[in-house]
Design a binder for this molecule. Structure first.
Ligand code: NAD
Length: 485
């Protein structure tokens, strides 16, 4: 397949590609081969300044437009993304190494859903009238101003739009900084928004690592930061934003529980565990990596899982028959292999996988450990790779306590045929995004986000509007003003 992976320039600012090779060189590595397929340069202070000034100018123009006009631009961008889904999916695969089988249905399509959904909402963002006896008041929903989006590397197109779409719908401008590991896809989103009619500067993309992110969020002209990343990065970014009282959305890591009760449909539970551990080679923040399986069905669950693992096709992610691609980077492969070694060292039973095949690219086999205990490192820390831990349990109260015994609270899932138990257990699990008899669905209509260390705020759904706008309230006196003197 011939495909030009070298972008026209590193940044997309003020409606056009922009280059400044004075910044730090960032190689773009194709995870399936380890080959360098492009290069970008980190944003210099001059690029950052241009992104901010053009963003401020565009925001003033954009906020003055009618909501339906803004929405039309977003919905047009959604259509373009869908028309170009195949090309964008190939680019996403080059950027991340995720199989084309996945990227064709999960990345540009999900990004388009966000643009379509928030485009539809843009015309109905209103305040309310508040009667106050003879007087009255009203509220106005106003944009925050200039927002910064900072992305992780696992879903570069989706994250660019999950942040950009609600921000723009509310009348803000956005500067998006992709992860330095996956710099390509967001540039296409910026290009498409211009094509769809967005004013130049409204959605700028600039490259770089933590230093560029830091420079953006410390600038007093920036009003909000939305980060998708790890908890340690979230803590730093949140603290920096707090110093200037900026709004934040934090979408961070997880170590989520997936609970399989003895009455569950085992095939569906195994399907949920596969989706919640091996999709995108396990590089998904909401993954249900602690799979609690009731003692009575543990053997049946593991037997069926082993059976289904025979369906793994690992290899060239551009081959649409392949369903497991490489890790995003050599470093991520090393991290995951380190956790697998820890699992073995601490006494977990290896059921399948466990090795990194000796071939080009950063591959790790889908790995399952059973007899995992709550104290083991693989049951406590986020691995962000294809490693499933199966932990046996006997009793509902016990499993709820164990499931909640973590600093994280992004997601949780329950498999059972007992309707009341499903809702009772979900009600007691401390997590933001939950699933009953399913795992890892993320429709734009439902809020997405975590509790505890997993985050602050929500993406998607009407809830995201709260995080990209603020209310002005206005009191209107109809009579004379009474004053003490
Ligand atoms: P990371 O925390 O290393 O980096 C995330 C982003 O933050 C990158 O763009 C990085 O350049 C930037 N950054 C790093 N230091 C910064 C600083 N001091 N100031 C400003 N920006 C800074 O995370 P990652 O390795 O790219 O992604 C993996 C992590 O992201 C995992 O923990 C995963 O769970 C989490 N994640 C969460 C979600 C979610 O929606 N909750 C989704 C995907 C990934």
């Amino acid at each position: 397949m011939s495909y030009d992976t070298q972008p026209k320039a590193s940044h997309f600012v003020d409606g056009a590609y922009l280059e400044d090779t004075a910044g730090e060189r960032i190689p773009v590595i194709y995870p399936a081969t380890g080959a360098e397929i492009g290069v970008v340069y980190a944003a210099t202070p001059a690029v950052i300044e241009k992104a901010i000034t053009s963003g401020l100018r565009a925001q003033a123009e954009w906020a003055g437009m009618m909501g339906v006009e803004r929405g039309r631009v977003l919905r047009r961008a959604a259509d373009i993304l869908r028309e170009r889904n195949r090309d964008l999916s190939v680019l996403e695969t080059y950027d991340t190494g995720k199989p084309l089988q996945e990227t064709l249905v999960a990345d540009a399509t999900s990004a388009a859903d966000a643009l379509e959904y928030f485009g539809g909402l843009a015309g109905s963002l209103t305040g309310e009238h508040v009667p106050l006896g003879a007087d009255w008041g009203y509220t106005v929903r106003e944009p925050l101003g200039l927002c910064v989006g900072i992305g992780a590397w696992n879903y570069p197109t989706q994250i660019a739009c999950w942040k950009g779409a609600p921000a723009l719908a509310c009348g803000n401008a956005m500067i998006f900084k992709p992860s330095e590991t996956t710099p390509l896809c967001a540039l296409k989103v910026a290009e498409i928004l211009i094509e769809a009619g967005a004013p130049a500067g409204l959605y700028n993309v600039i490259q770089g690592a933590g230093a560029v992110g830091g420079a953006l969020i410390t600038d007093p002209r920036v009003n909000k930061v939305s980060l998708t990343g790890s908890v340690p990065t979230g803590q730093k970014v949140y603290a920096t934003a707090a110093a200037q009282m900026k709004h934040v959305t934090m979408e961070l890591g997880g170590k989520s529980p997936l609970i399989v009760f003895e009455d569950a449909d085992i095939d569906n539970a195994v399907g949920g565990a596969i989706n919640g551990n091996f999709y995108s080679s396990g590089q998904v923040c909401s993954n249900g990596t602690r799979v609690f399986v009731h003692e009575a069905v543990k053997d049946a669950f593991l037997a069926r899982l082993s059976e289904r693992l025979k369906g793994v096709v690992m290899g060239d992610p551009m081959d649409e028959a392949v369903n497991i691609g490489p890790m995003v980077s050599d470093r991520q492969r090393e991290i995951v292999m380190g956790y697998i070694a820890k699992g073995l060292e601490e006494g977990a039973t290896l059921v399948s996988g466990g090795t990194a095949p000796k071939q080009d690219g950063f591959y790790v086999e889908p790995t399952v450990f059973s007899d995992v205990t709550d104290e083991m490192t693989i049951a406590r820390e986020e691995i962000f790779g294809p490693v499933m831990s199966v932990l046996p349990f006997c009793d509902e109260d016990e499993v709820i306590t164990r499931a909640n015994a973590t600093e994280f609270g992004l997601s949780a899932g329950v498999f059972t045929r007992d309707l009341t138990r499903a809702h009772r257990v979900i009600g007691k699990l401390r997590a933001g995004s939950c699933f009953i008899n399913s795992y890892n669905d993320a429709p734009v209509e439902l809020p997405f986000g975590g509790v505890k260390a997993s985050g602050v705020g929500r993406e998607n759904s009407k809830a995201a509007i709260e995080h990209y706008s603020q209310l002005k309230s206005v009191f209107v006196r109809m009579g004379d003003v009474e004053a003490p003197f």
